[in-house]
Design a protein. Structure first.
Length: 389
């Protein structure tokens, strides 16, 4: 029998231990090499689980800027990721909400749905689409030269449109007012200003939230350009169109101080595919609705946000549209009613002051909101006023 010296015994024992360590290390290394696969899958699920998308419009348009305001204010890292996406305008957004994979919401004009009714692949569109909230009113900017005095003067003339949404809304509005241009042509308002100067087109129609960027550039191209007044007609009462106006504050170069130019606007909505309860997409959108409505005041008070947020009333109804289930439920659970205003009370006096402010700003027009929604907006206005004091 061979007897090891103490030193050699310890060396062998240490060698055996080291071999075990190496073996365990190699096994751990193999396990470590496999572990990231599982972690990566879990991370992917987490990134996608609470992510929603919002289709906007052009890079310089109101749609995308509002979508960005929502993402910046309502988004909450991985708990709720909101991705604004450049869209092609109201008609394209409707198509993409219904059919494009990965699209949850989009901004559309209230009248744009009319162009799809009865068309193939868009059957039952009123049931398949819903709205979360009405956002703001997109004003019709009809830019003309000095020879056009009224909308009827465009009958039989060539009219340009800036953007697909402007084409759809412009054609629908003109049709209701019985104005029939000879032709509609697509071009940016800058090119349109030059074409008006050359007499090749009679007007450029752009339906978007005021104030439009680039008006000073338009005037440099054609100093005779002006905004055509649009009078609200009785035939528009039961439609998505509303009376409004442009002020000197909106367009200092086009509207003299103390004067206004009447125009017409169409409501813009945050639209959504009407997912059924129990689906994952429904769950994500319900999460978004609750966060969006709960943080709405933060959007309004956010520095640098788009001025059109001043018009947004989340409780306002959109005629002809169905409200998305989670949005309707949130409003019902957080209802504020105008019945809270008692005659002769200080609250009533504040409410009257609020209405007067809206009127002086050209924002209070018949039919632009319901009583409950208007009172809810008043409460937010009062709270903001208190914080400023």
């Amino acid at each position: 029998m061979r007897v090891l010296s103490p030193d050699r015994g310890w060396i062998c024992l240490l060698g055996a231990i080291w071999a075990l360590v190496l073996s365990a290390g190699m096994a751990g290394s193999a396990a470590a090499q496999q572990q990231p696969i599982s972690d990566q899958a879990a991370f992917r699920d987490m990134v996608n689980a609470n992510t929603v998308t919002i289709l906007g419009g052009s890079m310089t348009g109101t749609y995308l800027r509002l979508a960005d305001d929502i993402a910046r204010t309502v988004g909450d890292k991985h708990n709720l990721r909101i991705l604004p996406i450049r869209g092609g305008g109201a008609p394209d957004n409707i198509r993409d909400i219904l059919y494009l994979r990965g699209i949850d919401m989009g901004m559309v004009t209230a009248d744009s749905v009319e162009t799809f009714r009865g068309k193939r692949f868009f059957e039952s569109i009123s049931d398949r689409m819903a709205y979360i909230t009405k956002l703001y009113n997109a004003e019709f900017h009809v830019l003309v030269g000095p020879d056009v005095q009224s909308l009827s003067d465009l009958d039989g003339k060539i009219v340009a449109y800036h953007g697909s949404g402007s084409k759809i809304s412009g054609q629908l509005l003109f049709r209701r007012l019985n104005v029939k241009p000879a032709k509609w042509v697509k071009m940016l308002m800058f090119e349109g200003a030059q074409k008006i100067k050359e007499g090749k087109v009679a007007a450029v129609v752009r339906s978007t939230g005021k104030p439009v960027r680039g008006i000073d550039r338009v005037l440099k191209i054609n100093p005779e350009i002006r905004l055509l007044p649009l009078q609200y007609d009785d035939v528009l009462v039961e439609t998505p169109y509303l009376p409004t106006r442009f002020t000197h504050q909106d367009y200092p170069s086009l509207v003299p101080k103390g004067e206004t130019i009447q125009t017409i606007a169409v409501g813009v909505a945050l639209a959504v595919y009407n997912w059924k309860p129990g689906t994952d997409r429904y769950r994500r959108l319900e999460k978004f609705v609750n966060a969006f409505f709960s943080k709405f005041d933060k959007i309004v008070s956010r520095k640098g946000r788009h001025p059109k947020w001043d018009e947004v009333n989340i409780a306002a109804k959109l005629p002809g549209w169905k409200r998305f289930g989670p949005a309707q439920r949130w409003l019902e659970e957080n209802r504020m009613t105008a019945s809270s205003v008692r005659s002769g009370s200080s609250l009533e006096r504040q409410f009257k002051a609020f209405l007067e402010q809206r009127r002086s700003a050209g924002r209070f027009v018949p039919g632009n909101t319901d009583a409950e929604g208007l009172f809810a907006e008043f409460v937010r206005w009062r709270d903001r006023d208190r914080r400023r004091q």
